[in-house]
Design a protein around this ligand. Structure first.
Ligand code: SAH
Length: 346
């Protein structure tokens, strides 16, 4: 059965028109799903009996199946969900002074094969559906509702490459922003890509002002190709050209993510090279402390060396921040919880 969460306003309108009912059912239903967060069709009390019966016949309204929930000392919560076909995905809630941010998974596994990342270890199994992404946010929103809080920010930075699941992700972004639904401001939503050039260009035409983050992680092609397979398909210059195109079209700012890997990309030379590379681009650099993965050889850059890297960027007038780590006592880095569960089963 199709999940009701697969449908957006247009889909529901088309469906109800096709069965001889009214268009406005769509908005009624979406309000029940996302505003009132009901868990059964029977709770949708303003529907006609006919509409209600149709929904029950045609659609499921099942939530995601929670398999594991870990809560960190700093309030970060990590969820492991089991999908209908048995696959595992992760979602993370981070509590910030400015709001509640949810990190959403976009694929089961990942094909990008970044050498430092736990998510790509077993490759991509499949794309997540719109419903499966929506339900991650809904699950967290329901938990927060108990404390009169809600999800205020979403980052599509969980397992997977969102631009390798472009159509579903775009529909999901619209649902997040939908005024009768979650109503999350576009500027409070961020999508992160490892640098799929044609999709960065396509994203320049997306109507919502959603933030774009690019996982750069190295200041030159030689090094980037060593740690990110995607660099063999799209070189740094092509990624930067696509970013410039995006910036021209949208008049916005991008984020460059840069994981600091000890002895790999964290030298003063690398910092200087990075500064030269992105000079003049309206961007800021998010320096990410590496979250060690047990099966990988990489180590985290020390605090002092991270500060040193940051200082070089700062001296060169590059806006940068060092990301604060969240939930490092609970396997909160990308794909680690899932990878650990899969290893247990192997
Ligand atoms: N595929 C997308 C989004 C998912 S990964 C992308 O590449 O941007 C989100 C971010 O987490 C990326 O910048 C990724 O490189 C980074 N990341 C992956 N593994 C990590 C780890 N162990 N520690 C810190 N950051 C990691």
């Amino acid at each position: 059965m199709t999940s009701i969460y697969e449908f957006d306003q247009k889909d529901l309108e088309n469906y109800f028109l096709s069965v001889g009912d009214k268009k406005f059912r769509a908005v009624q239903i979406l309000e029940w799903l996302y505003r009132h967060q009901v868990s059964s069709f029977d709770e949708m009390t303003n529907l006609s009996v006919k509409a209600s019966n149709l929904l029950k016949e045609k659609f499921s309204i099942e939530p995601l199946n929670l398999t594991l929930r870990q809560e960190s000392k700093d309030g970060t919560v990590k969820y492991l969900f089991t999908l209908e076909d048995g696959h595992l995905i992760e979602t993370v809630l981070m509590r910030h002074p400015y709001g509640n941010s949810v990190c959403v998974t976009s694929q089961v596994g990942c094909n990008m094969g970044c050498s430092f990342c736990a998510s790509g270890e077993l490759g991509k199994i499949r794309n997540l559906t719109h419903a499966e992404m929506v339900l991650q946010v809904l699950h967290v929103n329901r938990e927060l509702a108990k404390y009169n809080e809600r999800v205020t920010n979403v980052v599509v930075m969980g397992i997977g490459e969102p631009f390798d699941n472009y159509t579903n992700v775009i529909k999901f972004l619209r649902t997040l922003n939908y005024p009768k639904g979650f109503e999350i401001g576009a500027r409070h939503i961020t999508v992160s890509t490892c640098g799929i050039v044609p999709k960065i260009k396509e994203f320049a035409d997306f109507e919502l002002q959603v933030n774009l983050a690019i996982s750069l992680h190295a200041p030159n092609n030689e090094l980037r190709s060593k740690i990110m397979k995607i660099n063999n398909a799209y070189k740094i210059e092509e990624v930067l050209d696509a970013v410039k195109y995006y910036l021209e079209k949208t008049n916005r700012r991008v984020t460059f993510e840069y994981i600091l890997l000890k002895g790999v990309n964290d030298s003063v030379e690398c910092a200087n090279e990075l500064a030269r590379l992105i000079k003049g681009i309206n961007a800021y650099v998010n320096l990410i402390p590496y979250n060690p993965v047990s099966t990988k050889k990489y180590l985290q850059t020390s605090h002092d060396d991270s500060e040193r890297f940051f200082a070089v960027l700062h001296k060169n007038n590059i806006n940068a921040t060092i990301r604060i780590e969240h939930g490092n006592d609970i396997d909160a880095a990308c794909g680690q919880l899932r990878a650990k569960e899969l290893r247990k089963k192997a």
